[in-house]
Design a binder for this molecule. Structure first.
Ligand SMILES: Nc1ncnc2c1ncn2[C@@H]1O[C@H](COP(=O)(O)OP(=O)(O)O)[C@@H](O)[C@H]1O
Ligand SMILES: [Mg+2]
Length: 365
């Protein structure tokens, strides 16, 4: 049976790019999101209401051969009943695991994937104890609902603990050792029902203030890539995962330390739209609709630059040879991801030159 109707919970830019990737394959997507003012609404039908509304989720499931999500903070409990009506891919279990930084790290540890030393923090004494045993600096994070650096704070001195606890501490937290990383890398992979898996080249990610500014790929580091693939394969297999999954890593003393995972397509994989034979969006759809996975072969040297807070001068960017431009159709607001562009060049040198030029033109706010 062909699974050609895909329901997507959440109609953000990730959902929008999924829906767009579906059209050439004959896959039609439909969304559920809180408002018609969402990036996905422009490209596919939308049910409007709360993402966890049981009636609306049911309605979406009834009209879909398979349901997926573009946001990982929907409760697994809300989605689990859909598994009786239709396929939910990835599964509610995989979704729930990646929602809690402590559980995620426990999974990594169980699979012998290195993580930063960390401790659960449920009180100010817990935090003081964690600082004593793990040392400074460290990062205090909410266990759930954090994204784009929100819900976290770096602690450099013991006297900052009380303040940090006041700011974040009305919910379960995690304190982790600050990683003096030389790079941040991510690996995006997709697994099919059959167990087949494909992996994209590593991307090197540049964050500021906890939010991704730009990614460069393929990041050539054969040994790290091999290890990252082994780690991601372990997670995919352990969760009997179907769809695209991403792991973010720090490189510390030349070794990978897993930071977090995302049970979905990822911002650091946007470059694959223009930069690979098959994009991460298409491969997610192929995986969840039981189509053969597509080649992840890179087509050149790519860089993806996020537009944050303010859209750049489109005409100026479009004049650059090899540039793809993506406007998510959102209104401008500080820190908001509004769009991105990707350049793909035959030679790394040319990519780097174009990237430097674009970075001079972009204002992140
Ligand atoms: N333990 C850490 N040591 C050093 N930097 C960190 C640490 N944890 C997070 N960061 C920085 O903050 C960014 C965002 O943190 P992350 O845990 O990935 O949360 P989010 O869910 O917001 O992406 C990371 O990409 C990294 O730059
Ligand atoms: Mg992250």
């Amino acid at each position: 049976m062909s699974l050609s109707r895909v329901g997507i919970v959440g109609a953000g830019q990730l959902g929008r790019m999924l829906a767009l990737a579906g059209y050439p394959l004959g896959i039609r997507c439909a969304f559920l999101d809180r408002s018609v003012d969402t990036p996905g609404a422009a490209v596919a039908p939308l049910l409007v209401g709360d993402l966890e509304d049981p009636q609306l989720l049911r309605q979406l499931a009834l009209q879909s051969d398979v349901v997926t999500f573009d946001w990982e903070n929907i409760s697994g409990k809300a989605l689990a009943p859909l598994q009786k009506i239709t396929c939910l891919r990835p599964s509610a279990e995989a979704l729930e695991l990646s929602q809690d930084r402590l559980h995620e790290k426990a999974l990594f540890k169980r699979l012998k994937i290195p993580v930063a030393a960390h401790a659960a923090v449920d009180s100010l004494p817990d935090l003081n104890q964690a600082i004593l045993s793990l040392g400074l600096p460290g990062v205090l994070k909410t266990r759930r609902l954090g994204y784009d650096g929100k819900g976290q704070r770096v602690i450099r001195h013991a006297h900052e603990a009380a303040d940090a606890w006041r700011e974040l501490g009305n919910r379960p937290l995690i304190y982790e050792q600050f990683q003096p990383f030389s790079r941040e890398l991510s690996l995006v992979g997709a697994r099919a029902m059959s167990g087949d898996a494909v992996f994209y080249p590593l991307a090197a990610n540049h964050h500021a203030g906890g939010i991704l500014r730009y990614s460069v790929a393929p990041y050539s580091a054969a040994a790290l890539e091999k290890t990252a693939r082994i780690y991601l394969r372990r997670v995919l297999r352990e969760l009997s995962y179907v769809g695209v999954l991403t792991i973010e890593f720090f490189v510390v003393n030349g070794q990978l330390v897993a930071n977090e995972m995302a049970p979905r397509v990822h911002n650091s994989g946007h470059w694959t739209i223009e930069g690979c034979v098959t994009s991460q969006f298409e491969n997610h759809l192929r995986a969840i609709t039981d189509l053969p996975l597509g080649s992840t072969r890179p087509l050149g040297h790519a860089a993806m630059i996020n537009f944050l807070g303010k859209m750049p001068d489109r005409d100026r960017l479009l004049a650059i040879d090899g540039l793809g431009f993506h406007d998510y159709g959102k209104s401008e607001r500080p820190g908001r991801k509004l769009g991105h562009c990707t350049i793909v060049k035959e030679r790394a040198k040319d990519r780097d030159r174009a990237l430097a030029k674009i970075l001079k033109w972009i204002r992140w706010s």
